[in-house]
Design a protein around this ligand. Structure first.
Ligand code: PLP
Length: 339
């Protein structure tokens, strides 16, 4: 099979999801205009829909989560300011250090606990006093879900209370916020009320081709609009993508529960081999593979039609383009390899 053969089942990430027929239809029929003039009907509609379902005063469509994350930092912080985040957070670790490189904004990472939280006592300690020796601490960034793990409502509330008592803004990287909402059995709005701003990825489990929505106060979004233009994110007739993204927001959130079920079944099947120490969090399964077995197992999986990244701490990500019955085959290939 060619490496991009559609029959491959891709376990590497939920970013690989393909748009549905309904999204393709919406793309075909989308009304578009020049979004730099704010005249693209489909983008305007998506942003209005975002305001409604996320219950924030304004929302803005970005091509990627990385650009939205950068514009978030640039809008909350000035040069010489600082944001506190997790050592493992996407905005710190996986976005090229954009805030520091392009914004002169210093990150203050705090190690993530096993459950994904930041110890709030450590966060408190890291907040700098107002003194010209120090960067000015302005923002606390959390991520939910993080490595598939869900931060609890109570934790988010405590983090918000801390941020507010210290005059910090609080931002949520909610790339997978709908997975968190399923786990917490709540509406995404219940999560978002603890945050001044949030980014929500449309192109992961929700399966839109591209896009992230940034939500927050009107003034904040106005700043972000300026930064987005400067970052090259003024996308003209991008309504084609917004139209697909709106379908994704309307139709996909409820379907994510299936991905959690698939992760749960794989974890149960892998339990047969205790050494793997398989755990499931939302739509992801993690297990341990001795370094010498990574490449051969990955090759066996590829032969069986599964694309994966097998590492000493392997992550398998479920999404709509993996059928329930594939989970059995997948578990069999892994267990057979170690048998
Ligand atoms: C995917 C992701 C992003 C944004 O990534 P892009 O690929 O730039 O869209 C941000 N945060 C988290 C937690 C993510 O998983």
């Amino acid at each position: 099979m060619k490496n991009n053969h559609p029959k491959f089942i891709d376990l590497r990430s939920d970013t690989v999801t393909k748009p549905t027929q309904k999204m393709r239809q919406a793309i075909y029929q989308a009304k578009v205009g020049d979004d730099v003039f704010q005249e693209d009907d489909s983008i305007n509609e998506l942003q209005e829909y975002g305001v409604k379902i996320f219950a924030k005063p304004a929302s803005l469509f970005f091509p990627t989560g990385t650009q939205a994350g950068l514009c978030t930092l640039l809008s909350h912080c000035q040069r010489g300011d600082e944001y506190i985040c997790g050592q493992d957070s996407h905005i710190y670790k996986y976005e090229g250090g954009g805030g520091a490189v392009l914004g002169g904004i210093q990150p203050q990472p705090i190690e993530n606990n096993d459950d994904g939280t930041l110890d709030l006592a450590k966060v408190t300690q890291a907040i700098k006093p107002i003194d010209f020796h120090f960067a000015k601490t302005k923002l606390l960034c959390l991520e939910n879900t993080i490595m598939g793990k869900t931060l609890t409502m109570k934790y988010m509330e405590q983090a918000k209370d801390l941020a507010k008592s210290k005059n910090l803004n609080i931002h949520l990287d909610g790339a997978r916020i709908f997975n968190a909402a399923i786990e917490l059995k709540c509406d995404v709005r219940d999560i978002l009320k603890h945050f001044d701003s949030a980014t929500i990825c449309l192109s992961k489990g929700l399966s839109a081709p591209i896009g992230t929505l940034l939500v927050g106060e009107k003034d904040f979004i106005k700043q972000a609009l300026r930064w987005r233009k400067m970052c090259g994110g003024g996308m003209r007739q991008a309504g084609f993508m917004a139209a697909a993204a709106k379908v994704a927001l309307e139709e996909s959130p409820l379907l994510l529960i299936e991905d959690h079920k698939k992760a749960n079944s794989l974890q149960k099947l892998l339990k047969k081999r205790a050494k793997l120490k398989a755990v499931a969090h939302t739509n992801m399964v993690f297990f341990e593979v001795p370094a010498s077995h990574c490449k051969p197992l990955q090759d066996d999986l590829l032969k069986a039609g599964f694309k994966s990244f097998i590492n000493p701490y392997t992550r398998i990500v479920f999404h709509k383009d993996i059928a329930h019955q594939e989970v059995l085959t997948l578990a069999k290939v892994i267990l057979d390899y170690f048998a």
